[in-house]
Write a protein that binds this ligand. Sequence first.
Ligand code: ME8
Length: 656
Amino acid sequence: MPERKEKFYLTTPIYYTNGLPHIGHTYTTVVCDTVRRYKRMRGYDVVMTTGTDEHGVNVERAAKKAGIPESEFVANMAEAWRSLWDELGIPADEFVRTTDLNHVRAVQWLFKLCKENGYVYKGHYTGQYCIHDNAFVNDAKPGDNCPDCGRPLETLTEENYFFKLSAFQKPLLDFYRKNPDFIQPESRKNEIVSFVEGGLKDLSITRTTIRWGIPVPGEEPHVFYVWFDALTAYLSAVGGPDYEKRGMWPADVHFVGKDIIRFHTVYWPAFLMAAMLPLPKQVWAHGWFLMDAAKMSKSKGNVVLPRPIANLLGMDALRYFMLREVVFGQDGNFSYDSLVTRYNSDLANGLGNLASRTAALIEKNFAGKVPKPAERQPQDDALANGAQSAIGEVLERFDKMEFARALEAIWGVIAAADKYLTTEQPWALGASEADQSRKGTILWTTAELLRIVAALAHPVLPDSTAKVWALLGQTTPLDSFELDGLRWGQLVPGTTLGKLQTLFPRVDKTEAIERIEAMANEELSSASAAPKPASAPATPAAAPAVPEKIGIEDFAKVEMRVGQIKTAERIVGADKLLKLTVDIGTEIRQICAGIAQFYEPESLIGRKVVVVVNLAPRKLRGVESNGMVVAASVGPEGRPVLAGFLEDVEVGARLK
Ligand code: ME8
């Protein structure tokens, strides 16, 4: 049996759906994709997860504003995120939506484990609440106004489930000590360690004032609150309760921005410890891309969109810029000016020019076939040695997530080759045998160097390096090429070159910036004009839109009575339906109800329910149903919860 490759599981954050992706989100996803490609080239079995965080009050509000049900709103947004990642060539292997049923089950399972192990209890949460927006405002003080609508806040107390985060201070500190690489970069680790040393308060993990969330089983109206729900997505993407079968958990690295490091390095390991599940190996928190020293945000109107840049300069240019310009872990400034400057200098004049010069010279002098190197001179060896030692350095830099340094080393090799060509001047050599042979050595050397550059830079520049690879007549796919086998000297003389294509056409800076900005403005204005992304498919609504108003006479047409369930049984071949007999005071009715997945038949006997008694009879799966038992449809999965009464009521009483 072939040995199983070593696994590597990495994730981006699970992004919020109340906005569309900008280059900040693109940055994390590009980093993750780069590491995925790199690890694949090092022989790992890699899975990358991204996804959308779709619950909470912000989504409730955004959906309301768009005039569509939440389920439809998030389906459209998730589709917009997913299709943008596809378009940009950075799709995840697993795209998890927090409204996916698998995820809902995983969150409920994690909660159950934490509760069984004694780390969850019921308590009360008091906070500043906006009646108008139906939401608590974090960090507000009594007397504050709502930051969203400006109305006065009220102090409100609600029942919540709490997670005993306070019990994890010591276990977390021990864990950080035993796993010194868990939090990266080092500077962030110190910050987290002092935060935890300062003491941890228990954490409210459910809400009763939010409707759009994952229900806490048997505890409605409790729904899970933000982080307990979202963080679990990393686990639900690779099997949830069945994670052992897939063999990917624990994650090898979670890539996040510094804004959410605390949730990933304090809450998340604590939840997992409480559930006695394996902990992720590393959390890497990078810095922010800033615009004029401010964090990008839609409300500030300073967002940069990835699509216009990718359309004009190519996605490789954006990837290169993001990873080269900023030291990974630190903040960096984004400007179109430096983007286009780097594009022209490093890509058009650097890699692009070296590839086209080399290919054109081989084409002209050796009929498009890689020449054979002859006797080497010291300058050839110097170039070869430089490229060979760059291999080791670049791999080490990638291993440490030092992307800018890795690229610097690769571009150092490119610059050396440029210099070499300029000094050796193969174009000035004549047609004599000695000159031809020297020319062959020079051009083989630069072509071999290009092959090494293409392989090393592939994780960052997947499209253009694949073109260089094909240009050099290499037939094995570059993305499965094993970097461990990369050595100087493997380019086979006589290999036929592929077709020369311009990799990075030079652009005029002012014109390029104008065009990118014009495309971005167009995209931003069409996104704000149409809340639904054009490409998104319509999805069935789980929650109804606000219905038209009706008069009392219409309501009076519906006759509802108190009924009592006498018998309940499953229907063969219909796994959602139960066949009930219900006493409605005047008679016993047979009624089918779509509640089989959530109620055990025995538990229903004797229960008093609300029955619509004047519905026309109909057949469900061949069984006659004469009436309807009323239930609420709860949460994203539309879980039925039977309506009932707190006081004892007489069977047959009419509801008015
Ligand atoms: O926080 N520069 O989602 P989110 C760099 N749903 N990276 C940036 C950035 C910027 N200017 N802006 C955003 C959430 N990012 C939660 C996460 S995870 C279980 C739940 C990136 O849509 C960066 O990775 O607000 C940051 O942490 C993330 O987007 C925040 O994404």
